[in-house]
Design a protein around this ligand. Structure first.
Ligand code: BDR
Ligand code: CA
Length: 312
């Protein structure tokens, strides 16, 4: 499979995204997972990374965990515990992490691994971009050595944490700016598509009905999440934000993409953390991002079910 590094902040949809990757060894080979502050603090996202790998059985047991940045570059840290629970993984009967995190820092691992395999590695980032930005600053050659960065974050339209900003972008806007200006090949999967991938009650039932632990845990996590989405967004279930980004690595054909110029607001104020996407090309600035503008939602969900079914 395609060599990938999974960088994120599990976080319940990060965990499901990583299970999708780990259930797809023919498509993606997970070289390592790197953790960042975000939905909950770094200690918890790192612990949850180990738990998620344990849920993936034999494949997960081989994957090392590297802890990364415990705070954003400039702004104060924020979390999303109201959406992901205080632990970040609100499910019962979770296994212990398969192994302890490595001593090496996530950013050093990223730099070392990408340099060892020039133009081969895909970095799938499903949290704040702090680790990625730090890696790009420490190793300016890195953006040119990655196969691509696939990021769940931002939006061509509304935000979810403020009216203007999506959570991952708002949690470290300065990091987003470094990545947008880096020249790295970048595909962005923002709320404008991920809010179309909803874990409805029928879909949660499908996952529970798989009869394996990965399906049962995913259904339980999504049930917790659904309450927030029903109340806040009047949607029938939670949005599968981060699994969309992993699906885009396995099945790029499920997405409609548009190249455009994207910038991020780093000034504090109403639009802090907003990804400003030039959908109509009005600025005539060069495109720096392939932005997802459409998703084949039914096929995406079938992919998720098919791959989770292969796990213990
Ligand atoms: C993103 O924010 C986090 O809460 C989710 O894990 C996802 O990565 C959605 O805005
Ligand atoms: Ca996330």
């Amino acid at each position: 499979g395609l060599p990938v590094i999974l960088d994120g902040d599990p976080g319940l949809d990060d965990a499901i995204a990583w299970l999708l990757a780990l259930g797809s060894p023919e498509d993606v080979q997970v070289l390592g997972v790197t953790t960042v502050h975000g939905n909950v603090g770094l200690d918890l996202t790192t612990h949850n990374a180990g738990v998620t790998l344990a849920l993936a059985g034999a494949v997960g047991a081989q994957v090392p965990v590297y802890a990364g940045a415990d705070r954003p570059l400039v702004r104060p840290a924020m979390t999303a515990a109201q959406v992901h629970g205080d632990s970040g993984l609100p499910a019962s009967g979770l296994p212990d992490p398969v192994r302890a995190p490595e001593a090496e820092h996530a950013v050093d691992f990223l730099i070392r691994t990408v340099r060892a395999r020039p133009h081969e590695v895909t970095l799938v980032a499903t949290g704040p971009l702090t680790n990625v930005a730090l890696a790009f600053r420490l190793a300016p050659d890195l953006p040119g050595l990655l196969r691509e960065v696939v990021w769940m974050g931002g939006s061509t339209g509304q935000g979810n944490r403020t009216p203007a900003a999506e959570f991952n972008a708002l949690a470290d806007p300065h990091a987003v700016r470094i990545v947008l200006e880096s020249g790295a090949p970048l595909r962005m999967f923002g709320l404008n598509v991920t809010m179309q991938a909803i874990a409805t009650p029928e879909r949660m039932e499908r996952l529970r009905g798989l009869g394996n632990r990965a399906g049962a845990v995913s259904a339980e996590l999504l049930t917790f999440y659904a309450a927030v989405y029903r109340q806040r967004y009047s949607l029938p279930g939670g949005a599968l934000h981060d699994p969309v980004a992993v699906a885009a690595v396995i099945r790029p054909d499920l997405f409609q993409m548009q190249a455009m110029n994207v910038q991020v607001e780093t000034q504090e104020g109403l639009n802090f953390g907003r990804t400003v996407c030039d959908v109509y090309g009005v600025t005539e600035q060069p495109a720096n991002v392939q932005v997802a503008v459409g998703v084949e939602d039914a096929a995406f969900f079938e992919l998720l079910v098919d791959r989770l079914a292969r796990l213990p």
